[in-house]
Design a protein around this ligand. Sequence first.
Ligand code: 5HM
Length: 168
Amino acid sequence: MTDTAKSLADNGVRSVFVAGPFYGLVDEKTGVMDEASQQRITMLIDYFEQAGCKVYNAHRREAWGKEFLTADVCTKLDFDEIAAADIWVGYPGPPVSPGTHVEIGWASATRKPMVVLLEKDARHSFLVTGLASFANVAYVEFTEPSEILPQLPAAIEKVMGAGAARAA
Ligand code: 5HM
């Protein structure tokens, strides 16, 4: 078992919902998200899947924009999958992602543990940076996406670990 797999298992993470900007990133010409934006999502999917977790993710499910579901179908699916996941991990943007902000609302209202990935020096909604006032959230700040994965174990431990259980 890898260190990541052990740490996730020890913290009770068997499944995760990976979220981030989608519709606003789909290029009209290609019909898909650009490579770098796909990579920011794929990096998270791989991190959790290689550790044996079930990953719920709309970008991959909808082929990065090529196979959009209808609004009714993806909305209900996302709501149910967030409920089923042990933890929500995502980028609210930039580009500011309306759907991701809706998901943060659902997740925080249902006490879902969350790791919110925030680009440094970007403007974020007060209702995102203020979540720690009532929700079970950890923030990971980054300039480059490569700075995210090294910070994930501590963030996950914060919302899933013994400390989070005591605070609940
Ligand atoms: O508003 P935006 O597309 O950026 O919202 C992205 C979030 O909404 C993603 O985390 C994804 O889970 C969900 N979503 C989806 O499931 C969004 C769209 C397009 O708006 C979609 N399926 N087709």
